[in-house]
Design a protein around this ligand. Structure first.
Ligand code: RAM
Length: 524
């Protein structure tokens, strides 16, 4: 059953059967209750990330003895990252009967910077509405305040904007009702002699757990939605930990349910109410539908889903092939046609060619399993794209792959060409060692691309180097205070944000949860 829907200038062909299938696989959320641990303040400290440090003042129980008047504030620290609802805050007047409403501002933050810097200072290009703050007028006191929205946070700041000259207020009974679809009892505890690896594994799992909601969200603070590139990595980490196969299946069907009229799968979908395909199409993300499906089959042997979704997966490959020029090279463009990484300098041509080759190898495996008549075509295209990458994108003198008209040498190009196995194993190994040694300028800015670096190192047999890289990168994030891993992290520029200000970055981000997959899958 298909339904045509036009959103802006995109025509979406809705598959109601797939939507129904996804609906049936909707998970039950697991709820727990968490309580604040400390009262803190935030102090300026140039030696810590973003320049703000949480400073413990006293245990949270101390709050019930205090009262607050106009201009007063306090900050609760829940001790770790949470995703959930703040319910039933008891607020009582102290002094004369309240002769005016209470005007209260509540600010949620994953990081100390969100408690310190006013959100009004954010002038970046994505919406400031992601910043989590609310203002309430409370007419009846004593009263109980329950906030309807779900928040992603560790810290909560309460500011009394106004009470009156005759009364102050006191607060009691803070509880966060947390939600997740990840069942922690399914995770096998990791036995490992290295404490840092254990800690990295634990933080990865917490990151994944907090992102696992009714779909695999990219980040529970922002964008709170299902992105294909993030899903692919979450699914891999999930197979090694929570083993919630149905959630991956549900998410595959959600994407499959709303392709456009060319058959292309969107980069992300909105799922809070009706299923809506976003009008962002990224070539690499669309291609990842193939590899995510392949990984799902490898983990589950669910042949029925593989067979049902294969035509759409194949369509993503065909669309990508239509993007090749006469030399079988990705036609480059000065646009957001492919994602790869948040580095603004990055040219996407060579890494996208790598993603396509990587996916063709997996598409061929699926075609064999489902006996597809596209098999020959896929094999020929694999051959063409590999030969063309070797011929047109490899700079023999430099010993690197180059990308775009400016022949850019980036980390992303080398990483993806290695994962695509364009050269034989020994040459790939040399290439990665050369990359680490020469350290070309167009570097890695996200844990997303860093994951691919570590996996590429493992693929070429440089396991010890891979472990060192993983420990240096994710371990450093832990040292910088990560309870859950962050969306962006550049160890040389720790306040990096592609959105104009680190205040809006997500500090619990799906694509950063992969160390648990790397550690467990490859026995690191
Ligand atoms: C950001 C999100 C998401 C990612 C896209 C490309 O908006 O953080 O995780 O997949 O970019």
């Amino acid at each position: 059953m298909a339904n045509i829907q036009v959103i802006k200038d995109h025509t979406i062909i809705r598959n109601e059967d797939f939507i129904a299938k996804a609906e049936q696989l909707k998970p039950e959320l697991i709820r727990t209750e968490a309580h604040p641990v400390h009262l803190i303040d935030v102090v300026s400290d140039a030696s810590v990330v973003h320049g703000w440090r949480a400073n413990i003042l006293e245990p949270a129980e101390g709050l019930s003895d205090k009262s607050f008047g106009k201009g007063d504030q306090f900050i609760l620290d829940f001790g770790t990252h949470l995703v959930g609802y703040l319910d039933h805050i008891h607020i009582s007047p102290v002094g004369s009967p309240p002769d005016a409403p209470l005007h209260l501002k509540i600010t949620f933050g994953e990081m100390p910077i969100e408690m310190a810097e006013p959100f009004g200072s954010y002038e970046g290009w994505i919406s400031s509405s992601w910043l989590q703050e609310e203002v309430f007028h409370i007419d009846i006191l004593p009263g109980v305040l329950s906030l309807p929205r779900r928040y992603s946070f560790r810290y909560v700041k309460f500011e009394v904007l106004a009470a009156s000259q005759k009364y102050r207020v006191s607060f009691d009974k803070f509880a966060c009702r947390t939600v997740t679809s990840a069942d922690i009892s399914k995770v096998t505890p990791l036995e490992h002699p290295d404490e840092l690896i254990k800690k990295i594994d634990e933080v990865s799992i917490k990151t994944l757990q907090d992102c696992m909601q009714l779909v695999f969200e990219d980040g529970p603070k922002r964008d709170r939605r299902l992105w294909l590139g993030d899903l692919r990595l979450q699914a891999l980490a999930n197979y090694e930990t929570f083993k919630n196969y149905d959630l991956v299946k549900r998410n595959l069907y959600l994407f499959a349910a709303v392709p456009n009229d060319k058959g292309q799968i969107t980069a992300n979908v909105f799922t809070f109410a009706d299923l809506i395909a976003d009008d962002t199409y990224l070539l690499d993300y669309s291609i990842f539908f193939v590899t995510t499906l392949y990984d799902y089959y490898a983990a589950t042997q669910d042949l029925q889903t593989l067979t049902e979704l294969w035509p759409l997966a194949l369509r993503q490959i065909e669309i990508a092939l239509a993007h090749l020029d006469e030399n079988h090279l990705i036609r480059d463009a000065n646009s957001w046609y492919s994602f790869i990484d948040w580095n603004q300098e990055l040219n996407k041509q060579a890494p996208t060619q790598g993603v396509l080759i990587y996916a063709l190898r997996r598409a061929i495996k699926i075609a064999e399993i489902v006996s597809s008549d596209a098999l020959d075509m896929l094999e020929q295209q694999l051959n063409h794209t590999v030969i063309s990458a070797r011929k047109h994108l490899w700079d023999q003198d430099a010993g690197f792959f180059v990308s775009g008209v400016d022949l850019q040498v980036s980390w992303a190009s080398q990483i993806w060409m290695v994962l695509a196995e364009v050269w034989e194993p020994q040459k790939n190994k040399e290439l990665l060692n050369r990359l680490l040694e020469r350290n070309p300028d167009v570097r890695v800015t996200t844990p997303y691309l860093y994951h691919h670096l570590v996996e590429a190192l493992i693929l070429v047999g440089e396991t010890a180097v891979a472990v060192n890289q993983m420990k240096a990168y994710w371990g450093e994030m832990i040292k910088d205070g990560a309870d859950t891993f962050w969306e962006l992290y550049d160890p040389n520029h720790k306040s990096f944000s592609p959105y104009g200000n680190p205040i809006i970055n997500s500090y619990c981000h799906a694509w950063s949860c992969t160390p648990t997959y790397l550690i467990r899958k490859y026995n690191l």
